[in-house]
Design a protein around this ligand. Structure first.
Ligand code: GLA
Ligand code: GLA
Length: 694
């Protein structure tokens, strides 16, 4: 940083000479960037809301808390371009330079989630059409139509201006495009684009009609222009393809900006967008493929951190690009949008930060720095108050800042490596959500019911799409992979034939890529390999007496929500669990079956079982496939997160149990935060340890 500070006067002189000569100051040689920290602490900062005279005080407080980056400008379009083609970048220049003086790097957001009033007034066609057919208006955000060519032209314009100005700025480390993509538009213009998109995908209407079985309810199309937009009810093929169109359109919306940023910036500057964990408005695999970095906004909202559901969301995000990711936003204590905006306990914000790093986050950033004096989110949690002085959680965040700096060298170059993969697809989650059959059948809850015990046993799990190369995994589990294409099935079949263990959960392989039923019944194209199938599925009510007893190698339990009656067709397919007496249909029928195929194995689980039984199931899966926990046993409630790389093995431990826990380490390790060698560690509730193996 010294070098930048020293260069400032020189830069100023150069700027002066270049301007006098009418040469763009952008051509000047730039100083080398300061070394970046391996693990970043950050915050969302809105300097446009405050006088410049205040910025230094803010940045000093950030620096004192160990904050190493600010994300700015992601809603600042009206401050950057107050009138069409009139640009005010001075304040952005100053904010970046002032941050640099405090060793704080900058992530620039393109401001396209909040178009200015002049823009939508002049170009009303850029406003989206809402589900009720009305045009959205100015006053909130995300009022734009993501498919509108004029809006895209304007977005590209502002992104290009910013990239040309800051693409070589040494203190700018990356870009966030837009903010939390979510809004869709349902006007005739979008409908026409959707119809063209379908034409490109299906070629002929005959093909589309056949694959969607449109003879049903006289849905047959005789002209592409007849095809409607449906989001909730209707033909399953239509619904699924609308979501795919939405995803492709977000991808092209993003690429429109990404291309001009990339063309005008140093390759060291990453490009990301902030996603939303389990949010399923679009296919995140489609949208993330063009990015350099996946990031997400991790909010608890009401209540406390659920390390399983949240941990799985982290692993999901890590799976988008199959590498470390960033937490671009998280709550400093509480939010403003939950039914009850409860606060995280003292210590929980820190525990959550380390939980995130354990799952592969290389940055944790708090939204937001300071309370807005006005605006919808006045009451949201912050690090400093409206008066500009720290609120109570500031000191906890400052502790995280110190710890990130201290643990940085140990964590540099490390990432998460798992022996177990859970397969996840948006097609399947959407398909289940449109036809849950039992309202309690939440696809994310189903995934977590497998994830939780598998994580406990293996201490690390990847969540990846079914097209991923699977050879590196000892165990692959597909809970609820309801939609499965031929190509995906072939990937899974090859995995088993090459010696892998594939476990299928309830509803897997029910439908094809048009969201139509596979005629083989579940698990569709995997039925032959399994040597068995689902004869019938049953929704199970949540009433006393309606649950279904299940017993076998994982003990005695009951099936709730869902129970599938299985049968075997191959002589070597074995029954592991059997239903007891309930509705008559299931009595005595197989609930879990498995078959060895060469060196590989395939298992089908038809019953939705409780946590204790799923833990036994996970242990069985691990044993039969050679999965081992790297760290060894830890007390219940303690999460262990292994990260390795660069010749280092680091284990992060967090105790989510209310009672203090003592953990015996598998060997002597370095306690990174306390600089000592230890072989046991005691952790209070929310206690954290960062341990480096020797
Ligand atoms: C009604 C309709 C049928 C069918 C059944 C399904 O009776 O007339 O077409 O939709 O419901 O339960
Ligand atoms: C989202 C948005 C932020 C802010 C926070 C509040 O994550 O991206 O702009 O509104 O929610 O929790």
């Amino acid at each position: 940083m010294q070098s930048i500070r020293k260069l400032l006067p020189l830069a100023f002189v150069t700027l002066f000479i270049f301007s006098a000569l009418g040469i763009s100051a952008l051509a000047q040689p730039q100083p080398q960037p300061e070394t970046q920290p391996p693990i970043y602490l950050g915050t969302a900062w809105y300097p446009e809301q405050w006088p410049e005279s205040r910025w230094d005080a803010d940045l000093r407080l950030m620096q004192q808390a160990g904050i190493r980056f600010v994300r700015i400008t992601e809603f600042a379009w009206s401050s950057i371009e107050p009138e069409e083609a009139v640009y005010k970048f001075d304040w952005v220049d100053h904010a970046i330079d002032d941050a640099a003086k405090h060793h704080i790097f900058v992530v620039l957001g393109t401001p396209t989630a909040a178009p200015p009033a002049w823009l939508t007034q002049k170009y009303p066609e850029t406003l989206r059409i809402m589900e009720d057919g009305r045009r959205d208006e100015h006053g909130n955000r995300e009022q734009f139509n993501w498919a509108n060519p004029k809006y895209r032209e304007l977005c590209r314009g502002i992104a290009e201006k910013m990239a040309k100005r800051y693409g070589h700025n040494p203190n700018v480390i990356g870009w966030q495009i837009d903010n939390e993509y979510a809004a869709e538009s349902y006007g005739l213009d979008v409908q026409k684009q959707f119809q063209d998109w379908l034409k490109a995908r299906y070629g002929t209407l005959d093909n589309l009609n056949e694959r969607w079985t449109t003879a049903y309810w006289s849905e047959t199309y005789s002209d592409w222009s007849q095809i409607p937009i449906e989001e909730k009810y209707g033909n399953p093929g239509l619904l699924l393809n609308w979501k795919r169109f939405v995803s492709d359109t977000y991808r092209s919306y993003q690429k429109n900006q990404l291309d001009v940023i990339r063309a005008n910036s140093d390759r060291r500057q990453f490009i990301t967008t902030n996603m939303m964990g389990w949010f399923d408005g679009y296919d995140h695999y489609t949208v993330s493929q063009d990015l350099d970095l996946a990031s997400w906004d991790d909010y608890v909202g009401r209540g406390h951190l659920d390390p399983n559901r949240n941990g799985a969301a982290n692993d999901l995000t890590r799976g988008f690009l199959r590498k470390n990711f960033w937490i671009m936003e998280t709550q400093p204590g509480f939010v403003n949008w939950a039914p009850v905006n409860t606060v995280l306990d003292k210590g929980e914000v820190r525990a959550m930060a380390w939980h995130n790093v354990g799952h592969g986050a290389d940055a944790v950033s708090y939204w937001q720095w300071r309370s807005d004096l006005n605006g919808q989110e006045e009451l949201h949690g912050t690090l400093i108050g409206a008066d500009g002085t720290p609120v109570p959680v500031y000191s906890e965040v400052a502790q995280i800042g110190k710890e990130f700096a201290k643990a940085g060298p140990a964590l540099a170059g490390t990432s998460v490596h798992s022996q177990v993969a859970i397969l996840h697809s948006y097609d399947s989650r959407w398909a289940i959500n449109w036809q849950r059959h039992n309202q309690a059948f939440d696809p994310v809850t189903q995934i977590v019911s497998y994830y939780k015990p598998l994580r406990e046993v293996a201490q690390s799990v990847d969540i990846v799409p079914p097209t991923t190369p699977l050879d590196g995994y000892k165990l692959v589990v597909a809970p609820g992979l309801e939609v499965i294409s031929k190509a995906e099935a072939e990937n899974l079949i090859a995995y088993v034939k090459n010696g892998g263990h594939l476990v299928l959960g309830q509803r897997t392989g029910m439908k094809n890529e048009d969201n139509g039923l596979w005629p083989e019944r579940e698990p569709g194209p995997l039925t032959e390999l399994l040597g068995g199938r689902v004869d019938q599925f049953y929704a199970i009510d949540d009433k006393p007496g309606d649950t279904v007893p299940v017993s076998g190698i994982w003990g005695n339990t009951t099936s709730k929500i869902w129970a599938e009656q299985l049968s075997t067709s191959a002589p070597d397919t074995k029954v592991l669990m059997t239903y007891g007496k309930s509705n008559g249909w299931l009595d005595g029928k197989p609930a879990v079956i498995t078959r060895k195929v060469g060196k590989g194995q395939i298992t089908y689980i038809g019953a939705w079982m409780d946590d204790a039984t799923m833990l036994k199931a996970a242990k069985w899966m691990a044993e039969t496939s050679g999965v081992t926990a790297e760290f060894g046993p830890v007390p219940t409630g303690v999460d262990v997160y292994p990260r390795e790389g660069d010749g280092k093995k680091v284990f992060i431990l967090v105790n989510f149990d209310k009672t203090p826990q003592t953990v015996t380490l598998p060997s002597m390790m370095r306690d990174v935060l306390n600089d000592k060698e230890i072989h046991t560690v005691s952790l209070n509730h929310y206690g954290v340890a960062v341990l480096q193996a020797k």
